[in-house]
Design a protein around this ligand. Structure first.
Ligand SMILES: Cc1cc2nc3c(=O)[nH]c(=O)nc-3n(C[C@H](O)[C@H](O)[C@H](O)COP(=O)(O)O)c2cc1C
Length: 177
């Protein structure tokens, strides 16, 4: 798919068919995410894939109802976590800029968007989920102490064709000096 078309047609998909996503496709998505730019090439984002229907159903209790409905139909949930204290920091642990650890999350966002675009190119729908019980989800996904759980990405073959939510006019977001 042409790059701009892939960017334009990516939507947050919230209803999925129950067709499973093959392991090699999950690897392709993680490999694409791994190609995103990162702070000093630090590559601190980590992806943990979960396709077990029973566990997916159980963890819905740790989500608000609107996100539980999404995960309830998703055949794959990917936890995006990040190694702490590296992206945005010097080797001795001091923050390099006034934004400090913000770059850790910046890198996770770039990697996650890259994963979502790769998924769109392969015909797989995704939605990023930011609202969930962090302690419960950390335990389910076995996130190590050295990482922060940042987001979840529900993935699956689409059972919905959502419209694009409106975007601000370009004049609101683009300035020329
Ligand atoms: C950091 C982040 C967190 C989000 N959390 C949720 C969420 O918890 N539940 C949900 O349904 N959508 C969530 N979304 C999806 C947004 O609602 C969606 O991207 C936005 O409405 C624009 O729609 P689009 O992705 O189709 O362009 C999240 C998106 C981002 C980037």
């Amino acid at each position: 798919m042409e790059t701009l078309k892939c960017i334009e047609t990516r939507r947050s998909v919230r209803k999925f068919s129950d067709k499973p996503i093959d392991k090699d496709l999950i690897e392709t998505l993680a490999q694409a995410a791994q190609l995103a730019p990162t702070w000093k090439n630090s590559q601190t984002a980590r992806f943990t894939a979960l396709s077990d229907r029973k566990i997916l159903n159980e963890l819905c209790a740790a989500l608000p109802a609107y996100n539980a409905a999404i995960v309830g139909s998703a055949p794959l949930l990917i936890a995006v976590s990040s190694v702490t204290g590296r992206s945005g920091f010097e080797r001795d642990g001091t923050p390099t800029t006034i934004l400090g650890e913000a770059y850790t999350y910046f890198d996770c966002g770039a990697a996650t968007q890259t994963l979502c675009l790769a998924a769109n190119d392969l015909g797989i729908g995704t939605v990023i989920l930011g609202i969930f019980d962090h302690e419960v989800l950390r335990a389910v996904f076995k996130i190590p102490e050295t990482e922060n759980l940042v987001a979840l990405v529900a993935c699956g073959y689409k059972n919905d064709e959502p419209q694009m939510p409106p975007r601000r006019p370009l004049n609101d977001v683009l300035r020329f000096i």
